[in-house]
Design a protein around this ligand. Structure first.
Ligand code: HAM
Length: 410
């Protein structure tokens, strides 16, 4: 019997797991520097958590959620995103008393999409959220955090920050009505897919990739005309500050994002290197969402990034050459070799021996793994209670013992 991984899922090993761990460790490091606290929530949640907040007409809710009935008939969903579970967890655990509450997490998400490069059914997200402040500096801080993280992980890749403002939720609702009317008036110029969205989700027509839609979209009423002067000023301040931080921005008036909960600032970090799945990070403000989920009426802003998409762009992780290989020339010398093995692991080195008891094979493995050093344990070394240390970069070999080994390795 041969069982393959399910479509859109993958195993992580070798270079991939190294990259994955590098992302997670860089995320934790960056989070600490920006003052975000880690939060981990269950993968299984009640389906109710997602339906309304994400938009009952959004693609994620309509087509992509893995939802099933538990044995007690309770409807359960494998989380498709992390913002709503994080809010749920903050409310459930009374974490919203001291505001702002800044949280982050990494974990698996599930969406039943058509799999392709950079798009999977089980994937990992990085998620950063700031609950409880309307200060637009929180938007700048969280965008700057995303930019800092991407520059660390993929320093050689050109990334573009697309940004837009949706205005307040009230303005947005007004705009949606006007947009629905406009598209209804021009219904025979739209694609079938967009017609289905006219009355339920007209904003999503704006980022349609369909060519016939694009012609009519250009003529549609512009959201910016519906945004208040105050909100426009804030948007200007945000753009100016990001430019001062050397984050080049690309104003994208059609950027509306796929989930229903956004208002005011929305943004995406994109790249030209990934084909159609070109968004590495997406997020924005979601004032009103925390209240919808049963919490206080406090604002929020955040983003999520796809770990697998970032990994596709990362360089291979170079061996830090902290590995020390040991060549044991005969099984009879193992008792002596185990002493140096133990000493090295206790001093934070990783140790490799290949159980071959053959100098040539041990050297060839050490060279293949690009190790800097090999320790040779033979008859003389065992008799004299010392070890031979060969530097594989310059070829020099010296006799060492426990008193001076670290001087040679560090
Ligand atoms: P999202 O745009 O749905 O936003 O997803 C964020 C990121 O997750 C995407 O930009 C992409 O990198 C990655 N991603 C999404 N779907 C897949 C997939 N099928 N395969 C691989 N990667 C994928 C959200 O999830 C919001 N919760 C973001 C947010 C946080 N907004 C405010 N706070």
């Amino acid at each position: 019997m041969k069982i393959n991984p399910l479509r859109g899922t993958h195993d992580l090993f070798g270079e991939e797991i190294k990259k994955f761990n590098r992302v997670v460790s860089e995320v934790k490091d960056t989070a600490q520097r920006f003052g975000f606290n880690e939060l981990m929530t269950p993968i299984l949640e009640s389906s109710e958590l997602f339906k309304k907040p994400l938009g009952e007409q959004s693609d994620v809710v309509l087509k992509e959620m893995y939802t099933f009935n538990d044995r007690n008939e309770e409807e359960i969903t494998l989380r498709p995103e992390y913002t709503t579970p994080m809010i749920r967890a903050a409310i459930s655990n009374g974490l919203l008393n001291n505001l702002p509450f800044k949280v982050f997490g990494t974990g698996q998400m599930f969406r039943r999409e058509r799999p392709q490069k950079g798009r999977y059914r089980q994937f990992n997200q990085i998620n950063f959220e700031n609950f409880g402040t309307d200060d637009f500096f929180a938007d700048i801080e969280i965008i700057n955090l995303a930019n800092t993280l991407l520059k660390k992980l993929i320093p050689d890749i050109e990334i573009f920050l697309h940004i837009n403002s949706l205005g307040t939720r009230e303005n947005l609702n007004k705009y949606k009505k006007i947009l629905s009317k406009f598209f209804n008036d021009n219904i025979n110029l739209l694609s079938k897919e967009s017609i289905d969205k006219i009355n339920t989700n007209p904003l999503r027509i704006l980022d349609s990739k369909n060519i016939e839609d694009k012609e009519i979209i250009v003529k549609s009423p512009k959201l910016l005309e519906f945004i208040s002067k105050k909100d426009l000023n804030i948007y200007e301040e945000i753009k100016k500050c990001l430019t001062d931080l050397d984050i080049p921005i690309f104003e994208d008036y059609n950027l509306v994002r796929g989930l229903d909960y956004y208002c005011n600032t929305v943004f995406e970090f994109k790249t030209n290197e990934l084909g159609s799945q070109d968004t590495l990070i997406g997020g924005g403000r979601y004032n009103g969402l925390i209240k919808t989920l049963g919490g206080k009426d406090i604002p929020g802003v955040g983003w999520a990034g796809g770990i697998e998409r970032i990994m596709l762009l990362m360089p291979n992780i170079s061996n830090k050459n902290k590995d020390i290989h040991i060549a044991i020339l005969d099984p009879g010398f193992r008792n002596h070799a185990i002493k140096i093995y133990d000493f090295l692991v206790k001093n934070n080195f990783s140790v490799c021996w290949n159980y071959k008891y053959n100098l040539k094979k041990s050297l060839s493995l050490a060279n293949e793994k690009k190790a800097n050093f090999i320790i040779i344990v033979g008859e003389n070394e065992t008799k004299n209670n010392n070890f031979s240390l060969k530097n594989l970069i310059n070829g020099k070999q010296v006799i060492i013992d426990f008193n001076n080994i670290l001087d040679h390795l560090i």
